[in-house]
Design a protein around this ligand. Structure first.
Ligand code: FES
Length: 287
C-alpha cells in the first residue's frame, strides 16, 4: 500500500502559518516586557490576546490547509496495522515533505510555545516577598517615606506656618501628588484638647491624617471648624481628631491613619515614615 500523496498546500500558506507563530511569540515577549517594566493591565491583556490568537490561528491554518484530509477508505483489519501500513505512517510523519515537518513550522511553533511558557513564569515574580509591586505589599505601602516633603496639590512645599489654626489643608507627597493612596490633610488643633495622643504625633498641635475614609475610601474633606471633626460626605462617617481620628458616627470602623511629620532644617514639613496603618477601606487581613 502506498501512502496518499501529501498535498503541496496553496502557495504562501507556510509563510502565513509561520507569521502567525511569530506574531504569537511577539505577543508573549511583549507581555513579559510589559510586566517587567512595572505592568500595565490593559497592555498585558492585549499582548496575551495577540499571543494566543496568533497560536490558535497558526494551528488552525496548519490543520485545515496542510494536513491531508481527503477521502481515504480502508477496511477494518484488526487493531494492529500491518507492517507496510506502519511503515507508511512512519513515513508520513517523518518524511521531509511531511505536513507535520513543513519548512520551519516546527521551529516557529516551538518558538511561540516557548515564549508563552516563559511569559507565564513572569507573574510568579509577584509572589516574591521583596517585590515592591507585590499586590499585598502595594496595599500596605504608600509613597510617604522618611524625608518626603508635604506639598499642596500644585506642588508647593509647606512650612508649619502654612497650616493656620483650625483650617484643613490638603497635603500630598512631593513627587507623587497623583498617587491614589497618599492624599492627606493637615490641621492645627489645640493640643490641650487631645483626649488621645495622635498616632502620628503632632507638632505643636499640627496633626496630619490620611484623607481616605476607612469605610469605602471616599475623600474625607469636610472639616467642622472648632469641633475637631472631619466628615466623610459619602455615608456621613465622622472622625474625632481630638481622639486620634477615631470614628464616632457613620459606618467607618477604623480611625484615619496618622502621618508622622517633622520640621526639617530647611523649615519645611517632611514625613518621617509612612501612615501608621494602611489608608482607605479595610481589606482582607485588616482586623
Ligand atoms: S466612604 Fe466614608 S462613610 Fe462611606
Amino acid at each position: 500500500m502506498r501512502r496518499p500523496p501529501v498535498p503541496p498546500g496553496p502557495p504562501g500558506v507556510t509563510r502565513r502559518i509561520a507569521l502567525c507563530f511569530l506574531t504569537s511569540a511577539a505577543g508573549a515577549i511583549g507581555f513579559a516586557v510589559t510586566y517587567g517594566l512595572g505592568g500595565q493591565t490593559q497592555w498585558e491583556g492585549v499582548c496575551l490576546a495577540v499571543a494566543f490568537a496568533g497560536l490558535a490561528t497558526g494551528l488552525s491554518i496548519w490543520g485545515r490547509r496542510l494536513v491531508s484530509v481527503g477521502g481515504y477508505v480502508e477496511e477494518h483489519e484488526g487493531f494492529v496495522p500491518p507492517p507496510d501500513e506502519q511503515a507508511m505512517t512512519a513515513e508520513v510523519l517523518t518524511a521531509p515533505d511531511s505536513p507535520v515537518r513543513r519548512r520551519g513550522l516546527l521551529a516557529t511553533l516551538g518558538l511561540a510555545l516557548s515564549a508563552l511558557g516563559v511569559a507565564a513564569l513572569f507573574p510568579l515574580r509577584s509572589l516574591l516577598p521583596w517585590d515592591r509591586t507585590r499586590p499585598v505589599r502595594a496595599l500596605k505601602e504608600t509613597p510617604w517615606r522618611p524625608g518626603v516633603r508635604l506639598v499642596t496639590a500644585d506642588g508647593r512645599p509647606l512650612r508649619p506656618a502654612d497650616v493656620p489654626a483650625d483650617v484643613m489643608v490638603g497635603v500630598f507627597p512631593e513627587g507623587d501628588v497623583d498617587a491614589g493612596d497618599a492624599p492627606a490633610f493637615a490641621v492645627r488643633l489645640h493640643p490641650e484638647r487631645f483626649t488621645r495622643p495622635p498616632s502620628g504625633g503632632h507638632l505643636d498641635g499640627l496633626v496630619v491624617y490620611s484623607m481616605l475614609c476607612t469605610h469605602a475610601g471616599c475623600p474625607v474633606r469636610l472639616y467642622l471648624r472648632g469641633t475637631g471633626r472631619m466628615l466623610c460626605p459619602c455615608h456621613q462617617s465622622s472622625f474625632d481628631l481630638f481622639a486620634d481620628a477615631r470614628p464616632i458616627a457613620g459606618p467607618a470602623a477604623r480611625p484615619l491613619p496618622g502621618l508622622p511629620v517633622e520640621v526639617s532644617s530647611d523649615g519645611y514639613l517632611r514625613a518621617t515614615g509612612d501612615f501608621t496603618a494602611p489608608p482607605g477601606a479595610g481589606f482582607w487581613d485588616q482586623p
